[in-house]
Design a binder for this molecule. Sequence first.
Ligand code: PGA
Length: 252
Amino acid sequence: MTRDVRPFVAGNWKMNGLSGSLVEIEALRRAADAGEAGVAELVVCPPATLLAQAAWKIKGGKLGLGAQDCHPEASGAFTGDISAPMLKDAGAAYVIVGHSERRTLHHETDALVRAKAEAALRAGLTAIVCVGETRAERETGEAIAVVTRQLKGSLPPGGAPETVVVAYEPVWAIGTGLTPTAIDVAEMHGAIRALLDDIYGDSGAKIRILYGGSVKPANAKELLGIDNVDGALVGGASLQATDFLAIAAAYR
Ligand code: PGA
């Protein structure tokens, strides 16, 4: 945890969820409104097809709504893409950019991720900027250098604690059940904090740094208790409201 920073717990549904899954969002809203996420800001990022319906379900409540990607342009001839103003219009307040699945499967570069983050800020969305090293990079001792390079290339200029959240997600920990040691997480998050201070000055101290990669109810308390870990980005365990809430309960 970081002092004077409100923790942030976001669920990334990835390409999962049909309209029947809106019951999970209703359950999350009820729990958020009842204070079951404790002090944490609770956010769900369903697929784009569910955003508008989800926005109705959460209206007036304490659950936040995010998208999983956006195009850097506001509009134009980009078949199949969705822009940040469109996400905002559909009811999202947050958008994930630079998730490792997009960096790998869609060949997204740091420059593209930064352009997406800038587009998010222009549209009035908070950008959740993801970074993380591969297993090979961790094993060769390059993890911090890789994440530093990704952040320098991906973070939007002029970011602030209200508009930028960083998610450190080691690629090898995503969906594998593996997690780094608490010492490795503390070292990485400390390095990210120092870099945020360099890039953003005073406001860098208050930018939330999430850990992501196989966060589960069973390991949440330990991971979320590490210095400079200000929340979690949760994939698989966010699909069921009960698991996701059990993770957020670390902040009760
Ligand atoms: P996981 O995914 O929690 O299923 O490991 C995390 C993520 O990709 O954001």
